[in-house]
Design a protein around this ligand. Sequence first.
Ligand code: ATP
Ligand code: MN
Length: 463
Amino acid sequence: MRNSTKIKSLLQSTEFDSDVTIQGWVRTKRSSKSISFIAVNDGSTLDNIQAIVDNVNFDEQTLKNITTGTGVKISGKLTKSQGKGQSVEIHATEIKVFGTTDSKTYPLQKKWHTLEFLRDIAHLRPRTNTFGAILRLRHAMAFAINKYFNDKGFYYIHTPIITGSDAEGAGEMFRVTTLDMKNPPRTKKGDIDYSKDFFGQETNLTVSGQLEAELAALALSEVYTFGPTFRAENSNTSRHLAEFWMVEPEMAFYDIHDDMDLAEDFLKYLVKYALDNCLNDLQFLNKMFDKELIERLESVVKTDFKRISYTEAVDILVNSGHKFEYAVEWGIDLQSEHERYLVEQHFNCPVMLTDYPKDIKAFYMKQNDDGKTVRALDVLFPMIGEIIGGSQREEDLEKLQKRMDEMNIPHEEMWWFLETRKYGSVPHSGFGLGFERLMLFVSGMKNIRDVIPFPRTPNNAKF
Ligand code: ATP
Ligand code: MN
């Protein structure tokens, strides 16, 4: 076990004159002839603790070795701070230098680095205030997600990452294969023979855990998945990753209204959790990147989300007189500019859209009686656009099969999915929350590459 105290708890301590030890990395050092001030951070909080060093008590080389980035262990007496802006400091009695840092080449200097620059040094950016805050926030959100569902009696289901079905249609998939790409086995017709591949069939990385989550929901009633998903769409936007994490609750006996109630309650819970538990980091992000962040988060917690149909939304957009880059007409898939217009200009609050045209949505969504729309749900957020996509699922076997025929999805591939509609089918619903979209909203960052430790995007799988 470690024999040192986390800086976060020391900064709250009032046990003055007690002997304490910290371990961390030097952020700054200021020295005069007789005294040095060393600010140390261990990632437990945004704030550094300051060590006061009487230079005479230490050999010159030790003090020289301490530069920005150096790994250190410092012991001493906890004292009430004289300086402003900090509560306590350490009067150092012992210093151990672990790894020194060549300050000439260390990329993190005590100046403002752009987020673009930090992406190129993603191996070191956790050491910055910004990424410390982001990583702590990410942890808090992941924890809150599990806590929310656990407290409600949902079960966490681990759905597979390698999948044999590509029927979901949520996006382009990444192939998983062990075949020799230079010399793959061929069928008589000359196609690549995937029956010789590792799994004896074609396999891909999953785009969603939903279909498997449905199988579990139809036994355990309320479940969720929270895992990595992969989409090979070549969309180089600030809101898309090729590898992202998705939270997918799936609930038996929920209709679309229950689904909406859960989505709204869940999102408010997560935002409130961030405000209640990560305020220090949020204040920093608010100051540095988004002056309206905290205000926006508070407003989402307080306001009812607006609930309207896709058709009503299209009417609003068409009648708005606003000039959109992509023209609006009934039947189109809404673009982020449309979604944001509804949220930021028209309603000025989160919006939940339902009943989308069936032709732009997946085969498994529950069909409405109008024959044109399905019981889909998208939740639209300020600054983000779509943060959640979900639906009530079609539980009627015949209707589901008919829709699959229309969309050319072979029944054989989905036999296991179809059997749930054959044996004890019940109404059920679910949705998918993109974890990094949530992170964008809660952190106020503008680019999704800055809310995941090691982003995967077209032409980038470094680190
Ligand atoms: P979009 O229209 O924004 O590309 P989508 O409709 O393709 O998203 P869904 O299949 O509905 O996305 O996925 C559910 C949720 O997963 C979305 O609401 C979004 O929050 C998130 N998501 C989808 N694609 C990505 C991606 N490439 N990177 C990060 N998050 C994503
Ligand atoms: Mn969607």
